[in-house]
Design a protein around this ligand. Structure first.
Ligand SMILES: [Zn+2]
Length: 247
């Protein structure tokens, strides 16, 4: 039977440490806790790495975090050669914060890109130094300079980023909220998490389960490194940190 892990990062993406209890160890050695701050790989955002500290001070390195049989079951995958934990044991969790914060900045930057390029999204992948979003774009006139300028305007405006829950019915009444061409947010759970940008979501809102920084200013300087053509109407935009290199 799948466990339901309390996902503390959904309400507070800035939690770096927390306490939890081991509720199960799966047949592959994956650790399941009652609650966690470790984000599990999904929606194009990679899962967290970090450590679990036992009562005796020993540490278990967590190499990856994934979902199990259901999206609600979060599995902490230990690095090779780690000590074994017992069900019922209390542990102190710590995520690799520097990496997570880069992912939060990058993930939020992907949302800004979808504001500047308001076209159906066909794919996305976030990583700590380079992220990509693929769009179905009939118009090939976008340049990396223009798109970078549009994104940096939103960064400099320092808009708030926050989440809000809406019902399945509200989502059904506002189909325009869904920007993804192929992926539909899960319905039937009663609540859909919207990630909103700007006062009263004036800049953007879209369903997303990932972790983001709390304002666009915190993203910092970013640029479009490349726009690649992937088929007749498909364009892949690559986001990188820092100013656009002069050439
Ligand atoms: Zn997101």
């Amino acid at each position: 039977m799948a466990h339901k892990t309390e996902a503390l990062f959904r309400d507070d993406a800035y939690l770096r440490t927390a306490d939890a209890t081991v509720v199960a160890i799966n047949e592959r050695g994956g650790i399941i806790l009652d609650r966690t701050i470790f984000y599990a790989t999904s929606g194009g955002q990679p899962g967290d790495s970090g450590t679990l500290e036992c009562a005796d001070g020993s540490r278990i390195e967590i190499a990856a975090t994934i979902t199990g049989e259901t999206k609600d079951e979060i599995i902490h995958v230990p690095a090779p050669e780690q000590a074994a934990l017992a069900v019922g044991e209390r542990v102190k969790l710590a995520i690799l914060w520097e990496r997570r914060h880069l992912l939060m900045r990058m993930h939020a930057a992907c949302h800004l890109l979808t504001v500047v390029c308001p076209f159906p999204i066909t794919g996305a992948a976030v990583s700590e130094d380079d992220s990509r979003v693929d769009f179905d774009i009939p118009d090939a006139s976008f340049t990396k300079e223009d798109v970078t300028a549009g994104m940096m305007d939103l960064v400099r405006a320092d808009h708030p980023i926050f989440t809000r829950l809406i019902s399945d019915e509200e989502l059904a009444a506002n189909p325009g909220l869904v920007k993804s061409k192929n992926v539909r947010p899960p319905v039937g759970t009663g609540n859909i998490r919207l990630v909103c940008i700007g006062e009263s979501a004036s800049v953007d809102s879209q369903p997303c389960g990932g972790t983001h920084v709390k304002s666009t200013g915190e993203i910092g300087e970013i640029h479009i490194g490349k726009i690649e053509k992937k088929g007749r109407e498909n364009r892949r935009f690559r986001i990188r940190f820092g100013p656009m290199p002069a050439n």
